[in-house]
Ligand binder design. Structure first.
Ligand code: XMP
Length: 317
């Protein structure tokens, strides 16, 4: 596609001009936007771009390894992976309120990122802000009631005294995906479902513990794998598992079991503002439920969420 090609080359030229031979830093999540921004800026300034991936311990199964494989090995980028799992888990101990969890994670994220930035002599901060983010933040506080505080890395530039570079600011999501495709980013990243900044912390309802995270990771992985196997992953906007803070009675083998309940959630949506629960074929749900109760230790029951947004939100917290 020659038009996308021209657009990308023009952007690369512009980034080169702006950053010159200085260094830039970017918080890489592995989501579409930060990934495309990273590869674009890497094309312009190479190893002078420092990408920071924070492992806050609230990631999905294999997520960190996948990011390392794509960006370090495939693209040969300057990627720093910060293992901050202990820090986050300690801060979250005993916390059950969803907004408190978000606040703690958002603040700790900024702290970790700032510490990393100080180690490198950076002058620029690259962010994967896209056009809909610009519109949303202009509208927030005015027309839309704030339902949940959404922490990405907002507030970083003011605090850190860095010059902001936002190469995707004028692009819609589908254009960002086209740019990503042109740059050779794998489909798995380009078509990845949205994933909240606070990660699995808002999907382990109530207090977050390593044991619960591990159960959720396995259940979520099985659900997503099952969707992929039946070509359903790309048909839904977002799909995931939630670990409920209750146990329920069941039978496993000959014995009475008393184990956790996992809720599966899948929705169709355009931008996430409203959403309809996905009518996933029963056989697919059945396969996922059977595998989860069989393979994930500690889970005895699986339910499917049939609530749309509104009145529910997409996430459970
Ligand atoms: P809700 O649950 O509000 O979610 O219907 C709408 C979309 O936003 C994602 N989401 C978040 N993203 N930080 C984020 O970066 C957050 O705190 C957060 N909470 C929800 C959610 O996954 C869905 O795609």
């Amino acid at each position: 596609n020659w038009k996308i090609g021209d657009l990308v080359e023009e952007k690369i030229r512009h980034i080169k001009e702006t950053i010159g031979n200085k260094k830039a830093i970017l918080a890489l999540s592995g989501g579409v936007d930060s990934s495309v921004a990273a590869v674009l800026v890497h094309r312009a300034i190479g190893k002078n771009l420092v990408c920071v991936f924070v492992d806050h311990g609230l990631l999905r199964k294999n997520e960190r390894e996948e990011v390392e494989r794509v960006f370090k090995e495939h693209f040969d980028m300057n990627l720093v992976v910060v293992d901050a799992r202990k820090r986050f888990l300690e801060k979250l101990r005993g916390v059950t309120d969803p907004e408190k969890k978000r606040k703690i994670i958002g603040e700790e994220f900024i702290r970790v990122f700032e510490e990393e930035a100080k180690k490198h002599d950076v002058e620029f901060l690259v962010q994967g802000t896209i056009y809909s983010d610009v519109i949303e933040s202009a509208a927030s506080g005015k027309t839309t009631a704030k339902i949940k505080s959404h922490h990405n890395v907002g507030g970083l530039p003011e605090k850190m005294n860095l010059k902001l570079v936002e190469p995707l600011r004028d692009l819609f999501k589908d254009e960002v995906r086209k740019v990503g495709k042109y740059l050779g980013i794998p489909d798995r990243i380009i078509n990845r479902h949205p994933f909240p900044g606070p990660g699995l912390a808002v999907r382990v309802l109530g207090e977050v513990t390593e044991e619960k995270l591990e159960i959720l990771r396995e259940a979520d992985y099985i659900f997503i794998e099952t969707l992929r196997k039946h070509d359903y992953y790309d048909k839904v906007w977002q799909a995931f598992a939630v670990l409920l803070p209750i146990k329920s009675v069941g039978v496993k083998g000959d014995a009475r079991a008393y184990e956790y309940v996992v809720a599966l959630r899948a929705v169709n949506s355009v931008e996430g503002m409203t959403a309809d629960w996905s009518r996933i074929p029963h056989d697919i749900l059945d396969e996922a439920a059977r595998r989860i109760t069989r393979e994930v230790k500690g889970v005895g029951r699986v339910v499917y969420d049939i609530t749309s947004k509104p009145p529910a939100t997409i996430e459970w917290e």
